[in-house]
Design a protein around this ligand. Sequence first.
Ligand SMILES: C[S@@+](CC[C@H](N)C(=O)[O-])C[C@H]1O[C@@H](n2cnc3c(N)ncnc32)[C@H](O)[C@@H]1O
Length: 226
Amino acid sequence: MLSSSETSSCPHGHSPERLYGRRKGRPLNKRKSALVLDLLPRVCIDLSSPLSLPLAPLWMEIGFGGGEHLASQAELHPTFTMIGCEPFMNGVAGMLEQIDDKKLSNVRIFPNDARQLLDAMPDNCLSRCFVLYPDPWPKKRHVRRRFVGPENLARLARVLKSGAELRLATDVAPLAEWMENQVSGHPAFKLEYAGCDAPVDWVQTRYEKKGIKAGRTPVYLCYSRV
Ligand SMILES: C[S@@+](CC[C@H](N)C(=O)[O-])C[C@H]1O[C@@H](n2cnc3c(N)ncnc32)[C@H](O)[C@@H]1O
């Protein structure tokens, strides 16, 4: 059984910026361990060699958690390539199970800090990016850790094509307000929708399901890259 931090089957370097949050949880079961060894190297984006991206239109999900949303989008849009970034190995292993079960051939995984991959990507290459239920970091002294801040918006503005969508969601009201202020203050993004009704093609994430069950209200923010 692999410890959930063992990802040597897919070298991906180290992030120069500090990553907050967990990389590993409980040890992986036999099937997940085997998928990390056998399947991950085949779908992994490896930054130790020059980055080559598929020619199909690219969508990206940052922090896919258990991968339910990424897997469903991949199933719904087989002609698009879905890139998922997630440094938490238990989440990556869960996503590998879904790739295997659903026989998905249009998913690539970056099992690390999305900032590293964003920095390696060419300009104007992404058609859509999801940042769903990012860590809220509610304490004032941790606010700089929030993903949707000025540095990452600059990264996203560079890689998103003109007209591409940046889709955000949260059920933490102060984070929703904060993200709206951050993105609205950035000249590269135009607000297309902000509200509590899910976009028509919405696919629930695991975190969202739990939040709704617990009585929390989702907020959806959709922006276009100008
Ligand atoms: C609150 S969870 C939400 C997971 C999932 N989006 C959902 O809605 O079920 C936030 C996720 O973002 C991931 N994350 C945090 N910082 C990240 C980064 N710099 N790059 C990629 N993923 C990151 C965490 O590991 C965690 O799985």
